[in-house]
Each structure stands twice: as structure tokens, then as C-alpha cells.
Write a protein that binds this ligand. Sequence first.
Ligand code: NDP
Ligand code: HSE
Length: 403
Amino acid sequence: MVNVAILGFGTVGSGVAEVLTTNGGLIDHRVDDLVRLKYIVDVRDFPDSPYKDLFVKDFAVLENDPELDIVVETIGGATIALDFTTRALKAGKSVVTSNKELVATHGYELLQLAREHGCSYLFEASVGGGIPILRPLTSCLAANELEQVTGILNGTTNYILTRMIKAGLTFDQALAEAQANGYAEKDPTADVDGHDACRKICILAALAFGRHVYPDQVPTQGIRGVALEDVAYADSVGCKIKLLGRAIRQPEGKVCAFVAPHLVPGENPLSGVEDVFNAIAVTGNAIGDVMFYGRGAGKLPTASAVVADVIDIAKDLKRDRHNGWEEGAPDLVVSTDGLRSAWYVRVQASVEQARSRCGDIQLLARSGAPAGEAAFLTAPMTEPEIREKLAGLDAGSLFRVLA
Ligand code: NDP
Ligand code: HSE
């Protein structure tokens, strides 16, 4: 018998209970043992839940139960979740989580702790919701020197952008829908301002390149600066605006990582990723390009990834699951200043001004554009170069174009 506990019976935690129950027979068969939900810990009471007899309030009950094997942490945040995770690992219980904030900020130390205590810390659901990405990155692509990872990593913002464009919803209406669907973070500014995507690109970078990249090392811009005017201009050249997290291998083991809205050309498969879907493109020196696609948030898709980790651990409770994630360093992440790309610019300027400042540009058009607004694509250059050229102009938007 393999005993499991869930911490936090919210969107994901309740989905984990549902998948463990609904698919119990096949899970037992695949593990070749009985996998049983033994406890649920939540601050609230759930008197009408079919699991009402499993609820306990005191985490010490779990910590002190020698028969408990796996703790699923779906509380979120990096305070109480850190405390419970640390205590569970010290008690020799493996921990599975969907909590990217905790993994991105404390992943290295928690992985170390798990190894010291002969257990595992797995977090497949922390990136891309239900998409299998972390295990493929560290197992199926293990033969490669990975060169870059680029992803639409936040379901809420992709959902908002899609609903605003396709259904004409306002930002607030689209966000309310994402919240009602259970996609958004408790504080949705983490989605809108790019922090959630930042945490995910940190996790991907750590697994792709082998060292902890911390969120405060990664320049992050969300979708607040994306206007419907920009969407219209992008559309005129067959591009979509997407919030991307990117991590690019640099010489001497360094990493360039950032989160920002980009114009994605129509021929790039990332441009067709809509609603709550996420996609992650990985480039390796043997495989070339490979892409992972699926639902990036939501109760059951996320629970699918969590329970897959539970099954992996349940099959072999004591296996060393070392994933190559080593300590970070203050100078690991290099500035994006050296990264060249074409740029999308929308400014208050005449066409002549735009041309004299930026040289060889491709002018864009949209219906209803006011006089004095210029939008264009530039030749490839660095960010300091484009900012110097635009100095003194009233810049509305400045986004990279994904090559
Ligand atoms: P929810 O807010 O829906 O669930 C969290 C649950 O934990 C709530 O029931 C909450 O109660 C409870 N809780 C709060 N404090 C404690 C405590 N001290 N002890 C026990 N339980 C507590 O969040 P989600 O399920 O959406 O997200 C959980 C984690 O998964 C987060 O890290 C999130 O980022 C991540 N995630 C979420 C996805 C999604 O689609 N929702 C997808 C992928 C990852 P109360 O509501 O009363 O505070
Ligand atoms: N709030 C997150 C998102 C949940 O919208 O992508 C999945 O990690």
C-alpha cells in the first residue's frame, strides 16, 4: 500500500483527489500496488465532500505517520508551503507539487533536502499545467546539449489575449472568466505582470541548463502594455502578440532569460496557441526543434501531471531521482542587452521621423489609426540600440519580434 496526502483542497488539490479516485483502478494496476488517499489538509472545512472523513487540520499528524509515503502540496505560495514541504521531506516523505513559486525560489535546496532524506521532490505540474515537459526535458532529451527554451507559459494571459481579440471582451471581463475557470493565481497580478511565467522559465532554465535561475535574476514584463492597437498592427503582417518566457544558453555556462510580450510570425507554431493552451519549444543540438503543447492550467489537466508524479514515486519509493539541478550564482544570468532581434515599434512620430531614426523599416497599417501614429518593424538590433534611436519620442509600444 502507498499512502498519499493532499495539502490544500482547492482547484488543483481537489482535482488530484478526483483523479486518484476516478482512475484508482488503473493507477493501482500501473503501480502494481494499492495507492490510497489517506489525508487531506486544508484550512477550510468541507462537510459535504465525499472525502470528508480524510480531512485533518494538524500537519503533525502527517509528519508523524510512518505509513504516509507521498505528500502532494497544492497550497501555493512560498511561506506555509515551504514549511510543510521542508517538514515532509525531513520526515522522509516524498513531495509532489504544482507550486511553481516554491520550486522557482527554493527548488535547489528542496531537491537537496529530498536526496539527504532518501525521498523525492517532483513538480511536473509546475510548468505547463498538464503538458508533459519537465520529464521529457530531463529524460527524453537528455542526450542533447539544450540551446534554448521558448514558451507560452501562462494560461491566464494567453486566455485573456485570445478572448479580448476573438470575443471583443474587455481585459477585466476576460480576466474574470479566467478566474472563474480556475486558471488564475490567487493574486492574478502574478499572471498579468508576468511573474508566473517568470517562475516557469526559471524552472525550465534550471532543468535545461543545470543551475538554479532565480526569479529576481530574470527581467519580466507582463501584458499590461499590450494594446488592441498593437494587436491590429501585428495582425496586418500575419503576427500574433504572445507573452513568451525565453531562456537561451550563453557561452561559459551562462544563461540569458527573460519574459516579455513578442510579435510571433504566423509561420511559427507558437502563434496558433490560443485560450488556456501553453506551448514550449525546445532546441537541442541533436534533436533540433521540438514542441510540447497542451492545457496550461485548470483542475484536471494540472491534476493529471501531479498524479503522474505520484505514480512515478509510488512505483519505486526510494529511487534517487537526481535531475542535474545544481546551485545558482549571482553572475549566472547575463543581461538581455546583447540579444539582437527585429523590433515592433508604435510611436507618436511622422513616417519621416521614424525612417530617419530607425533606417530600413517596414511600415504597418491599421484602420482608424490617428494622425501622427507610426508603427513599424525594424531590422535586427539590440535593445540599447533601438532605445537610443527612439530616445525623446513618445513610445507607445516596443516588443521584440520572435525570429
Ligand atoms: P487554490 O487557491 O484553489 O487552492 C489552495 C488551497 O489551499 C485552498 O483551498 C486554500 O484555502 C488552501 N490553503 C491555504 N492555506 C492553507 C494552509 N495553511 N493549510 C492547508 N490548506 C491551505 O489554488 P490552486 O489549486 O489554483 O493552486 C495551487 C497551486 O498550484 C498554486 O501554487 C498554483 O500556482 C499551482 N497551479 C495552479 C494551477 C491552476 O490551474 N489553478 C495550474 C498549475 C499550477 P483558502 O482558499 O481558504 O485559502
Ligand atoms: N495561473 C497559472 C496560469 C496556472 O494561468 O498559467 C498554471 O500554472
